[in-house]
Design a protein. Structure first.
Length: 135
């Protein structure tokens, strides 16, 4: 989980924790898939990385379609939360939103620049591209 600006909650699965403090691990109260700003219980976003028990599979197998006409994992997690405690981990560090076009490109460039086998070629490509754009 990580905080997002309230105006961005519709881009993410959002959770409400049982405590509004950002300690490392917290029990989840509820999850909402890409809520409107008004529907969002809070502004803690789900990163889309999960460690789940096997109990999630029968729940998903019997789940009705949700937001967007799809089976939503967040809906399954809400049901799982009725059977066993579902926890969230407060992520600290850098993250990239690769579901966003710009975020995907930024993450790809950063990844390439951090690789010794790509770094020089990527820098050269970017400098050449910028030169061509300015000509």
């Amino acid at each position: 989980m990580y905080r997002v600006p309230k105006e961005d909650v519709s881009k993410y699965g959002i959770i409400q924790t049982k405590s509004n403090e950002l300690s490392n691990i917290q029990a989840i109260e509820t999850l909402v898939e890409k809520p409107t700003t008004e529907e969002a219980p809070f502004n803690l976003a789900i990163m889309g990385r999960y460690v789940l028990t096997l109990a999630i599979f029968p729940i998903l197998a019997n789940l009705s379609t949700g937001k967007g006409g799809e089976i939503q994992l967040t809906d399954g997690l809400n049901k799982l939360n009725e059977q066993e405690k579902v926890l969230a981990y407060h992520f600290k560090g850098k993250r990239s939103d690769i579901g966003d076009k710009l975020g995907f490109v930024q993450a790809t460039i950063e990844f390439a620049l951090n690789r010794s086998d790509l770094k020089d070629e990527i820098k050269q490509f970017m400098e050449q591209s910028l030169t061509e754009l300015n000509d």
